[in-house]
Design a protein around this ligand. Structure first.
Ligand code: ADE
Length: 277
């Protein structure tokens, strides 16, 4: 059983030295530029983990400007086999309420200006063109581990959910929100794409814990989305997210991932064409 290491992206609260023990801060540079912040390296429940603040620790980087490639590449170089990401989301379904958690299983990409591949033909970057299958995009085994962990700690979660990923930084109009709902989206946010795609290209098992902070704007209540309220609701539920991450880290560490990682890496290799020319 090969050792595992878990990257935690987003992870507000996980950098607490009481959770991330034996913590060291490592500034890194990558083939794709600088990640959003230093890597915080340590152990959670005795499991090697690396915490990275997606928007920077002072939350100064907007979704379009996050260097997703550098973030994923930095975690890959640090030896992460898994990534558990967290994201604040708006709900597109009445039954998915603020405060709920959704373990995402698919996405609808409405982003407009983000690098989605490491294989971009530039000197020094991985060679070839990668036509990656993103079905499934989120790692099914890691999702199962999170769902199993939620059960263990008696937490109700939505075990599936399609996330609509918009470019932002603005929120949606009611017309847009109703379209996304009619497409079958369950929640909406601004960051899982291209993170999940790049993690797959990098051969890392990636899953995302989406915390619902609002109902977006499709309802007839006239409510709007407010960034301060989103952050407030996220922080009000942070302990829930933290306990699910803690339990998930333990569950992931108990499993044998050799086969899953081998298959993932083979599927990426077979997606790359023209690497030898
Ligand atoms: N993040 C949290 N709530 C959101 C919403 N309603 N739309 C987009 N991103 C969000």
């Amino acid at each position: 059983m090969a050792p595992i290491k878990i990257g935690i992206i987003g992870g507000t609260g996980m950098a607490d030295p009481k959770i991330l023990k034996n913590q060291t801060e490592k500034k890194v540079d990558t083939l794709f530029g600088l990640p959003s912040d230093s890597l915080l390296i340590g152990e959670i429940e005795g499991v090697p983990c690396v915490v990275l603040a997606r928007h920077g620790r002072k939350h100064t980087i907007m979704p379009s400007n996050v260097n997703y490639r550098a973030n994923i590449w930095a975690l890959k170089e640090e030896g992460c086999t898994h990534i558990i990401a967290t994201t604040a989301t708006g709900s597109l379904q009445e039954a998915i309420k603020p405060g709920d958690i959704v373990v995402l299983d698919s996405f609808i990409d409405r982003t407009l200006k983000r690098e989605q591949t490491f294989y971009d033909g530039k000197p020094g970057h991985p060679k070839g063109i990668c036509h990656l299958s993103v079905e499934p995009s989120f790692c099914e085994e890691t999702r199962k581990a999170i769902i199993e962990s939620a059960k263990k700690i008696g937490m109700d979660v939505h075990t599936e959910g399609t996330v609509v990923v918009i470019e932002g930084p603005r929120f949606s109009t009611k017309a847009e929100s109703m379209v996304y709902k009619s497409w079958g989206g369950h929640v909406i946010t601004m960051t899982p794409v291209p993170e999940v795609i790049l993690a797959k290209e990098a051969g890392i098992c990636y899953a995302s814990i989406a915390l619902v902070t609002d109902y977006d704007v499709w309802r007839s209540t006239g409510e709007t989305v407010n960034a301060h309220e989103v952050i407030k609701t996220f922080h009000a539920n942070i302990d829930k997210v933290k306990s699910l991450i803690l339990a998930s880290v333990k569950t992931v560490a108990e499993k044998d991932w050799d086969q899953t990682i081998k298959q993932l890496k083979e599927s990426v290799q077979s997606s790359v064409i023209g690497a030898d020319v």
